[in-house]
Design a protein around this ligand. Structure first.
Ligand SMILES: Cc1ncc(COP(=O)(O)O)c(C=O)c1O
Length: 370
């Protein structure tokens, strides 16, 4: 695949004309194709009574594109509202029972803790893998997994310092032991080129509003097809699925995770955004993000500013956290005044990059740091 023209691609994001935006780990700036999709949606509603956009066929088209982008069969892709909802659905598809234990980590976003609390109240034990200097090595998981472990739930890329868990290794170990691996991949998916179906995970949940460049309220839940059987069926309004005939409940496919009217607008946007990402290529995006984050880490080092983000690419992704000697919240607010968007997570400044960033963005940030 040829190297994309990054300067041209940047022009697809009007927000970048006035902002140094280093906060995609929170929300992505929306590209022009997304704005166009919303206009197309309204046009179809107004001119064609929504024939095209209020149509399950439109959702199925999105499924095919999204599956291709993320590297999974479309039959394993369900559309959900956000990461949290996907994790919650996964937790209800695992036949958890009193006495089982669930292994989480101390680097999870609260979304991947809340959903498991429900199971604590039903007699499951929640065990926590403690990070080691900001890392979650496989050995740390192994110390917590035993014969009563039913699930390991972890982020692919953690939201704090951006540590990237070795899912292939962890998933292999889980599979050997009959343990399910549930992954919060909202940080990572859309940037890393590993196909979802090769991550050795059972469920992978991804909110759409970060690296997939979608709207809030749209997300993806990947599932291994074998697991769909155990899930409670959703109640959909699509005639094909909404019927009193129990035989149709035997449709053990990913539609069981979807209920009611889908987010037609969000899913049209999702398709256009996925096509846009596909036209750039996840491999190119990953290389670009690796190079830019390398550059930022080097710049920080030159300024003797510390970070807890690992330098090895296999252990990180787009997030670089920055340890400053001043109050991070105050600093972040000051940067905001200068139209530099970063974030603060757990008291630490966090920059997150994407393919549309450039060296000038990094220089602007590093120059503005005390
Ligand atoms: C790692 C991680 N998981 C989950 C969430 C929450 O995602 P959602 O709002 O899609 O449920 C976030 C951030 O918002 C996050 O960074």
């Amino acid at each position: 695949m040829t190297e994309p023209n990054w300067t041209e691609l940047r022009k697809q994001f009007p927000m970048l004309e006035t902002w140094t935006y280093l906060d995609t780990a929170r929300k992505a700036p929306l590209p022009l194709c997304v704005e166009q999709a919303t206009r197309d949606f309204f046009r179809d509603v107004n001119e064609n009574a929504g024939d095209e956009v209020w149509n399950p066929a439109s959702v199925e088209k999105t499924r095919v594109v999204m599956a291709r982008l993320l590297g999974a069969p479309s039959s394993s892709i369900a559309f959900v509202k956000n990461t949290t909802e996907g994790l919650n659905i996964a937790s209800h598809a695992l036949n958890l029972a009193s006495g089982d234990n669930i292994v989480v980590t101390d680097m999870e976003h609260r979304a991947n803790l809340w959903v498991w609390e429900h199971w604590r109240a039903r007699g499951c034990e929640i065990r926590c893998v403690r990070n080691r200097d900001g890392r979650l090595p496989i050995e740390a998981f192994l110390e917590k997994i035993d014969e009563k472990t039913k699930v390991v739930a972890t982020a692919w890329v953690t939201y704090r310092n951006g540590y990237r868990v070795d899912l292939k290794a962890l998933g292999g170990i889980c599979r050997q032991r009959g343990v399910s691996l549930v992954v919060d991949a909202v940080q990572g998916a859309g940037l890393l080129s590993d196909p979802l179906s090769e991550l050795n995970a059972d469920f992978i949940s991804i909110g759409g509003h970060k690296h997939l460049l979608g709207l809030t309220g749209s997300g993806v839940l990947y599932s291994r097809p074998e697991l769909v059987k155990n899930a409670l069926p959703g109640i959909t309004k699509t005639p094909e699925y909404f019927t009193a005939d129990p035989a149709t409940l035997e449709r053990y496919d990913q539609h069981r995770f979807e209920s009611g009217n889908p987010n037609f607008l969000g899913l049209l946007v999702f398709r256009r955004a996925a096509e846009f990402l596909e036209s750039i290529g996840l491999q190119n995006i990953e290389t670009r993000v690796r190079d830019l984050t390398d550059e930022l880490l080097q710049m920080l080092k030159r300024r003797h500013i510390r970070t807890q983000t690992p330098s090895n690419w296999n252990e990180r992704c787009q997030i670089v956290n920055i340890l400053v000697d001043v109050d991070a919240k105050t600093l972040s607010a000051q940067l905001h005044q200068q139209r530099i968007a970063v974030n603060v997570r757990d008291g630490i400044l966090r920059a997150s990059l994407s393919f549309f960033n450039n060296e000038a963005d990094l220089e602007t940030l590093v120059r503005a740091l005390p």
